[in-house]
Design a protein around this ligand. Structure first.
Ligand code: SRM
Ligand code: SF4
Length: 583
């Protein structure tokens, strides 16, 4: 679809209504009209088809097996045990492949058929969760540091992020009319959109809040990143503001590239909304609406200059941005296992491979797991006795059970062991930290496998590491099925980026703090070539690494890869910070 048609569809949509009601009511096809396929994204859903059986259906002269992916808007990935149970019931009834935790702390349901889409949306809303603006050219789910334990200011940051997510929602009532049967009041559908305007943003927009020393949200991959700056007493002083991060690129097109956000200054907590609105509206007015591939904020900034953009933000916000304050990131990973908060309550970090929560064999291999039913049982326990405990999805596709009363620890441990949820215990750092995007069979853009390939890939890479006696190296590996970069692969120390079935670009050399992109090491190679390329590098790392040196840092130091300065963001030096080891 051309850029102009997307812009026209938005403008002509009567505030995102389009002909969605007619499309949904059409009994002849499992699909929506083409323009409605664009519009439904703003309602938090994508039309997809099962690519595993696409060819078979084509040969049988059947239309593709259309079904819908639904994505929640869950700022910071926080849900209550009651909401967890409702989502589980919805996934079990309407979706295929269980619940999926995304790299932005949302849930995705896959495989919902058109005739059940409305009932599914209603059930999600009945759980007091919505899907509005989870996709589309608007601000998406706001990501927030997931681990509440290291910082007393975490609750303030989470509350601020949730409020910003609300503030940046579109004003249209279309969502409530189409899915929740709200009566339409204005026949023209003319709700004002002071932030977005008639055509919404030129492209998707993403915000993340990091709480140092952990950079689990990959703050420099966000269009707009807020880095919490804490006082000596742990209180929230404000945020350093980063703009213009983004991962997406297209193979063979140098006009598109991943970019790390650039820090433009420091703001107080009460200036977050003004700065966010300034950044969003500057992108609305100056983002590229001609070439969709160049429409993200990162290109607006590179095309017009960072100084121009900073002045534009200051002008719109109505105040100057003083210099950024010092901060320090130690890693982007999650904490696993038990930790105790200052209030004596406990939290438990659980590894969920590629975020997929199912009962059965993970992608048909290995020992069967009972993650879905295990978490259901734990949610029932926490609902009864948890006294405010909550589930927190992490941007690394994992799960934190937070605010658990100490007396429940043993019972929860037993339930985890019973249902195979204690996999983090024996898992090597490679397995704990790995990310993979969804890719096949649902993603229409996938060029190669990712989530379904991850277990085999990890086995093979782990074997190599073990062979060199460095099986416990804390290496961050990420796989994406195409260059769009949904698992933020360009921030992986090792990354595979899909080119074609079974073939990937091998990218190497990012750090584990989210401050340096990797670089292309080998183009379009198969698994055997990937392992052959990694083997001597692991040998060198085992032999020559310095104490505590990460694999990506080693590769840069020894010259195996060279990363341009523009792809590095240096922390602003801070003293007296204890470095936390990656998980
Ligand atoms: Fe993504 C498109 C899945 C996080 C960059 N992404 C897609 C679609 C919707 C494919 C499509 O357009 O038809 C994928 C649906 C697959 C499926 O079957 O479920 C998809 N993206 C995902 C998720 C589920 C990956 C995961 O394994 O968890 C993540 C959902 C996040 C959420 O809850 O909102 C997801 N996507 C990301 C991230 C990471 C992040 O945001 O931190 C990125 C890189 C950061 C960025 O935006 O630059 C990302 N997704 C993209 C892009 C490239 C955008 C660009 O600037 O070029 C696309 C393609 C597009 O927009 O045209 C895309
Ligand atoms: Fe699909 Fe590509 Fe995103 Fe993977 S990276 S989910 S293949 S769009």
């Amino acid at each position: 679809m051309s850029i102009h048609s997307v812009e026209d569809i938005k403008a002509d949509s009567a505030r995102l209504r389009g002909s969605l009601l007619e499309s949904l009511a059409d009994p002849v096809t499992g699909a929506l009209r083409e323009s409605d396929q664009t519009l439904i994204k703003y309602h938090g859903s994508y039309q997809q088809d099962d690519r595993d059986i696409r060819e078979e259906r084509r040969q049988a002269l059947l239309e593709p097996a259309y079904a819908f992916m639904i994505r929640t808007r869950t700022p910071g990935g926080v849900v209550t045990p009651a909401q967890w149970l409702q989502l589980d019931a919805i996934a079990t009834r309407y979706a295929e492949r269980g619940l999926r935790i995304t790299t932005r702390q949302a849930f995705q349901l896959h495989g919902v058929i058109k005739t059940e889409l409305k009932a599914t949306m209603q059930a999600i809303n009945a759980a007091l969760i919505d899907t509005l603006a989870a996709c589309g050219d608007v601000n998406r789910n706001v990501a927030v540091a997931a681990d509440p334990q290291p910082s007393a200011a975490h609750a303030a940051v989470q509350a601020q992020a949730a409020a910003l997510s609300e503030r940046l929602l579109p004003n249209t009532r279309a969502y409530y009319e189409i899915w929740l049967d709200e009566e339409r009041v204005a026949s023209s559908g003319g709700e004002e959109e002071p932030i977005y305007g008639d055509r919404y943003l030129p492209r998707k927009f993403k915000i993340g809040f990091a709480v140092p020393p952990v950079n689990d949200v990959d703050v420099f991959a966000q269009d707009l990143g807020f880095i919490a700056i804490l006082g000596d007493d742990g209180a929230l002083l404000g945020y350093d503001v980063s703009v213009g991060g983004g991962m997406g690129a297209s193979h063979g097109d140098p006009e598109t590239y991943p970019r790390l956000g650039s820090i433009i200054g420091f703001i107080g907590p009460d200036q977050v909304t003004a700065v966010a609105e300034a950044v969003v509206t500057a992108q609305r007015d100056h983002g590229n609406r001609e070439v969709r591939k160049r429409a993200r904020l990162k290109y607006t900034i590179d095309d017009r200059g960072l100084d121009w953009f900073r002045s534009e933000v200051e002008r719109r916000a109505g105040f100057p941005l003083p210099p950024a304050r010092p901060f320090f990131f130690s890693h982007t990973g999650d904490r696993f296992g038990w930790a105790e908060g200052s209030d004596g309550r406990l939290q438990l970090g659980l590894r969920i491979p590629a975020g997929r929560i199912v009962d059965g064999r993970l992608d048909g291999r290995g020992d069967p797991v009972r993650h879905l039913s295990g978490l259901r049982t734990i949610a029932m326990l926490l609902q009864r006795e948890g006294d405010g405990a909550e589930f927190r999805m992490t941007p690394n596709q994992n799960l934190v059970l937070a605010g658990i009363p100490a007396p429940l620890k043993t019972r929860i441990e037993e339930l985890c062991a019973e249902h195979g949820l204690d996999g983090w215990r024996g898992a090597t750092p490679l397995r704990r930290n790995a990310l993979a995007c969804v890719a096949l069979p649902t993603c229409g853009l996938a060029m190669a496998e990712a989530e379904r390939y991850l277990p085999d890939l990890l086995d093979r890479v782990q074997r190599l590491l073990d062979g060199h006696g460095i099986g416990d190296a804390p290496i961050h590996l990420r796989v994406s099925g195409c260059p769009n970069g949904c698992s933020r692969p360009y921030l992986g120390e090792i990354a595979l980026v899909g080119r074609a079935p079974g073939r990937y670009n091998l990218m190497l050399g990012a750090d584990h703090r989210g401050q340096r992109l990797n670089a292309l090491y080998r183009d379009n190679i198969d698994e055997a070539a990937i392992l052959a390329a990694l083997d001597p590098l692991f040998a060198g790392y085992a032999r020559d690494r310095h104490d505590g040196e990460g694999f990506g840092d080693y590769l840069v130091r020894c010259g195996a890869v060279s990363i341009p300065e523009r792809d590095v963001r240096r922390a602003i030096p801070i003293v007296h910070v204890a470095e936390e080891a990656p998980a």
